[in-house]
Design a protein around this ligand. Structure first.
Ligand code: APR
Ligand code: PHB
Length: 390
């Protein structure tokens, strides 16, 4: 088998890259280790920056997103039982964002791939990038019991945090930056009308977030201890705890119902540098993880793909490699901006186990400052809305 770009991983990064390359006349094969049902069943992020919306639209993936996605001017923050302060992206930077589930994007990507008869090979196991710095880059894998070799010009490692691609970069080259937070988020989906705004809550009992997927599907989170298990959180306890973390006027309007999904995710920040090694290019979670505070994970996967597809188009279309050579540097600049912002917002909104009275007052002082300074609000709004692409 031979293709121009071998793509490892069929998540949003890998599938979107394949779609954009196809539109530029560049051939690719996607190797995904899981089944299509498994990939489509994952409940993930749900907030798209304007820049991400533009990339998806340009890739022909806008029809359902524009119909079903819900535009927001900004997001609210509440704390210490106080009235909300609104991160007004529309007012300060003239950009809105969209709530539209990653699960839907994944469906749209598979549908588009089917329409063009894309080479998407699911349930490919033992996938391994080979000879990435040599003359004959290729990927070996097994499928339906047979061994295969896929020759290519480039390999895109879009296989997420637990993927194999990053591991072929030698330890002497790879530099990893990591921060593990001492808590997790317990998230539920419920078929109830959501709050009108995304609402982040800082409370002495811990962080909470009200989000949404559509007018009859709510997504809520509460900060929990890493020792907690799903069994510790029957729906009744979840709703009581969630409401306790919001001011009364908001808590009263939260509509409860049975959860249709419930999971606990630990929070971490992680960046691997460089994002290129020879003919291997990392994109998305394979190269970086952010805590979900600020909803940057999916948006970073999309911006990596934007930069990488542009660089590959320049290689094949104009025979220039300067964009490929600068890919890691360009992508990492945006990555670090979002990593810093997510880390800062996580620190601002959560209760850390070792927090003393001093840290608590300092956190409240920062929230007070944010609520009273248009300069501070404009800075947060600019980053929340997403920095423009280079
Ligand atoms: N071989 C083939 N495929 C693999 C391998 C492997 N060794 N390891 C992982 N994969 C697949 C996974 O099954 C998954 O479908 O790679 C895909 C990676 O997809 P994601 O984890 O969704 O990562 P990415 O496409 O970068 O999207 C990032 O996902 O986790 C969220 O917050 C994150 O929203 C962001 C988005
Ligand atoms: C979500 O809707 O899942 C979501 C929204 C905002 C975040 C994180 C997650 O910051």
């Amino acid at each position: 088998m031979r293709t121009q770009v071998a793509i490892i991983g069929g998540g949003p990064a890998g599938m979107l890259l394949s779609e954009i390359l196809h539109q530029a006349g560049i051939d690719s094969v996607v190797l995904e280790q899981r089944s299509r049902e498994y990939v489509l069943g994952r409940i993930r992020a749900g907030v798209l920056e304007q820049g991400s919306v533009d990339v998806l639209r340009a890739a022909g993936l806008g029809a359902r997103m524009d119909r079903e996605g819900h535009p927001h001017d900004g997001a609210a923050i509440v704390w210490a039982g106080r009235s909300t302060f609104f991160i007004d992206c529309w007012k300060y930077v003239g950009r809105r964002f969209l709530t539209y589930g990653q699960t839907n994007i994944q469906e749209d990507l598979f549908a588009a791939a089917d329409r063009r008869g894309a080479q998407l090979l699911c349930e490919a196991t033992d996938v391994m990038p080979m000879d990435v710095t040599g003359a004959r880059p290729h990927v070996t894998f097994k499928r339906n019991g047979a061994s295969h070799r896929l020759d290519c010009d480039f390999i895109a490692g879009c296989d997420g945090y637990h993927g194999v691609s990053r591991s072929v970069i030698p330890a002497s080259v790879l530099r990893v930056f990591e921060k593990v937070y001492p808590f997790g988020w317990l998230g539920i989906l419920s078929e109830t009308p959501p709050q009108p705004h995304l609402t982040y809550a800082n409370h002495p009992r811990g962080f909470a977030l009200a989000s949404m997927r559509n007018p009859m599907l709510s997504r809520y989170y509460v900060q929990v201890s890493l020792a907690d298990r799903i069994e510790d959180w029957p729906d009744e306890r979840f709703w009581t705890e969630l409401k306790a973390r919001y001011p009364d006027d908001i808590a009263r309007t939260i509509v409860t119902g049975p959860s249709v999904e419930k999971s606990i995710a630990p929070l971490r920040s992680f960046v691997a540098e460089p994002m290129r090694h020879g003919r291997l290019f990392l994109a998305g979670d394979a190269a970086h993880i952010v805590p979900p505070t600020g909803a940057k994970g999916l948006n970073l996967a999309i911006s990596d793909v934007f930069y990488l597809s542009r660089a590959l188009r320049a290689h094949y279309g104009e025979r220039r490699d300067d964009l490929l050579d600068r890919y890691s540097e360009t992508a990492l600049r945006r990555v670090w901006g979002a990593v810093r912002f997510s880390w800062w917002l996580t620190n601002l909104l959560h209760r850390f186990p070792d927090m003393g009275d001093f840290e608590q007052r300092a956190q409240e002082g920062e929230l007070d400052y944010l609520a009273s300074s248009v300069h501070a609000q404009a800075s947060v709004a600019e980053q929340y809305a997403g920095m423009p692409f280079e």
